[in-house]
Design a protein around this ligand. Structure first.
Ligand code: NAI
Length: 340
């Protein structure tokens, strides 16, 4: 699988680089919510990552079966299942913690509808991270990411272990979708395409920057609008197609594995590891959390890239998203303040 994937471009090239550094370090990855729709394929993909030596899988249900299944794959990572009150053991010594725990969207629900359930789950999990692996890189997948990342920041601050470089919202699926849709529409090789996606991770806060896409292609206004909308509504497209049976799981597991792999490569000293991520940022005036490209290194997201040059269409879209993004951030901060 890995050998086949390596031909497929940037994603697979990342895995290849991980292979080169695989022998260098022992790395423990914990996945919280590992028996879920995202968690299961994500656990499998992390088991296939040669940089992982220990794979700790936690869920409140069905964990032993999934872990036993994944553990039979003949790769290097040692798999262990944790449930119930074993969260602390699962997290102890982890370098990267990936969080896809929570409820997914059903048709008609927005990401904000998930807020009350998932905010509580994230709060408890991040409290355990603060106690058991306070220096780990946190990859937040649980939605609404625009709010769950600020919640996590508040919890970590309260426990005096907040390092903004270590807390990352996973927006990689937006980038994966933007690359796929752009390559398809413009007739480009998807393995060679790059599209930065900035802002947040819901609706109009997702802003693909086609003007910075490479290779550059002449796009009509209609194409720009259609591709922007399709990227923003990618999650809804899957929710509707699954008709009540959940949201994006397979493409999300792929995107989550890609981002976790990038974090591991950064931790292991690989140069120029750059991915988009939703982090505490000054890239957009007046918005405390924002996604742009970040440089991943030994200390997590070590450098945050600016938004860069954008055109009029993108400027308008950026202005339009700011109130919604700030409201989601504020609701996360408020939730943390009210739930001590
Ligand atoms: P799912 O319901 O299939 O799986 C969630 C898993 O979390 C379940 O196995 C459940 O037992 C577990 N869980 C619930 N509470 C827990 C707790 N306190 N500790 C540990 N595990 C717990 O849901 P799915 O489809 O895997 O989605 C998970 C989350 O990922 C949702 O919040 C969803 O909205 C989000 N998501 C994020 C995306 C992104 O791009 N960042 C894309 C797609 C989904």
């Amino acid at each position: 699988f890995l050998r086949a994937a390596r031909g497929l471009g940037e994603a697979a090239r990342g895995m290849g680089r991980a292979m080169a550094s695989a022998a260098v370090r022992e790395r423990k990855v914990a996945v919280l919510g590992a028996a879920g729709g995202i968690g299961q394929p994500l656990a499998l993909l992390m088991k296939m990552n040669p940089a992982v030596t220990e794979l700790a899988l936690y869920d409140i249900a069905n964990m032993p079966g999934v872990a036993a299944d994944v553990s039979h794959v003949n790769t290097r990572a040692q798999v262990k299942a944790y449930s119930g009150d074993e969260l602390g053991d699962c997290l102890s010594g982890a370098d990267v913690v990936v969080i896809p725990a929570g409820v997914p969207r059903k048709p008609g629900m927005t990401r904000q509808d998930l807020f009350n359930v998932n905010a509580g789950i994230v709060k408890n999990l991040v409290e355990a991270i603060a106690k058991n692996c306070p220096t780990a890189c946190i990859n937040m997948i649980s939605n609404p990411v625009n709010s769950t990342v600020p919640i996590a920041a508040e919890i970590l601050k309260r426990n005096n272990v907040y390092d903004k470089r270590k807390l990352m919202g996973v927006t990689t699926l937006d980038v994966v979708r933007a690359k796929t849709f752009y390559a398809e529409k413009m007739g480009l090789n998807v393995g060679e395409v790059d599209v930065p996606v900035v802002g947040g991770h819901a609706g109009i806060t997702i802003l693909p920057l086609w003007s910075q896409a490479t290779p550059s292609a002449e796009m009509s206004k209609d194409d720009v609008e259609a591709l922007t909308k399709r990227t923003q509504d990618g999650g809804t497209e899957v929710v509707q197609a699954k008709a009540g049976k959940g949201s994006a799981t397979l493409s999300m597991a792929y995107a989550g594995a890609l981002f976790a792999d990038a974090c591991l490569r950064g931790l292991n000293g690989a140069p120029n590891v750059i991915e988009c991520s939703y982090v505490e940022s000054t890239a957009c005036d007046g918005v405390p959390f924002f996604s742009t490209k970040v440089l991943l290194g030994a200390n997590g997201a070590e450098e945050i890239h600016p938004i860069g040059d954008i055109n009029e269409y993108e400027k308008e879209a950026l202005d339009a998203m700011i109130p919604e993004l700030n409201a989601s951030i504020e609701s996360g901060v408020k939730f943390a303040a009210e739930n001590k």
